[in-house]
Design a protein. Structure first.
Length: 164
């Protein structure tokens, strides 16, 4: 019995001393994660504000492709959840360099009373630009709308349109 007790104490001692890796203390790893998560999302309007929906089944290579998707109605599941698209663009072209995105709109651009349509554009394009250019953080992207008729709008950042 005494041999078992000694064996148990030795085993316990080995477990308590660890595996021989010395303690390193606190290691600095930079700033905590912040901002928007990665991956392209389309932002849709709802009664509670904008909500991002991940694009899972479509490959998007440029900002114009993202705008084309945003101009369509949300998928049925999202529609049942109260999401809608307020974006109605005729002709457009979008380009981005670094943290700057410009959308040229053929004709006038009318912002909706709630501003959610503009927010949809800004947040969706900011997210897409950060995915297309991984050196760019989505919350640093500024989007400018340049209608061929009327005043230039922006630059805007997504955070200006997110509530809560």
């Amino acid at each position: 019995m005494r041999g078992r007790s000694v064996g148990a104490v030795v085993a316990l001692g080995i477990v308590l001393t660890g595996c021989g890796v010395p303690s390193t203390g606190v290691i600095g790893a930079g700033e905590p994660a912040s901002g928007l998560t990665r991956g392209i999302r389309l932002y849709y309007a709802s009664a509670d504000g904008l909500r991002g929906v991940p694009v899972l089944d479509k490959k998007v290579d440029d900002l114009n492709g993202v705008l084309k998707l945003l101009g369509q109605d949300p998928p049925p599941l999202e529609q049942r959840g109260g999401l809608t698209s307020l974006v109605r663009l005729g002709g457009y072209s979008a380009s981005g360099t670094g943290t700057r995105v410009t959308v040229r709109v053929d004709g006038p651009y009318s912002e909706t009373e709630s501003d959610q349509g503009t927010g949809q554009l800004v947040c969706t394009l900011a997210r897409a630009q950060s995915v297309l250019d991984p050196k760019v953080r989505a919350d640093d992207v500024e989007v400018t709308l340049r209608p061929s008729e009327g005043a230039v709008l922006g630059p805007y950042r997504c955070a200006e349109f997110l509530t809560g």
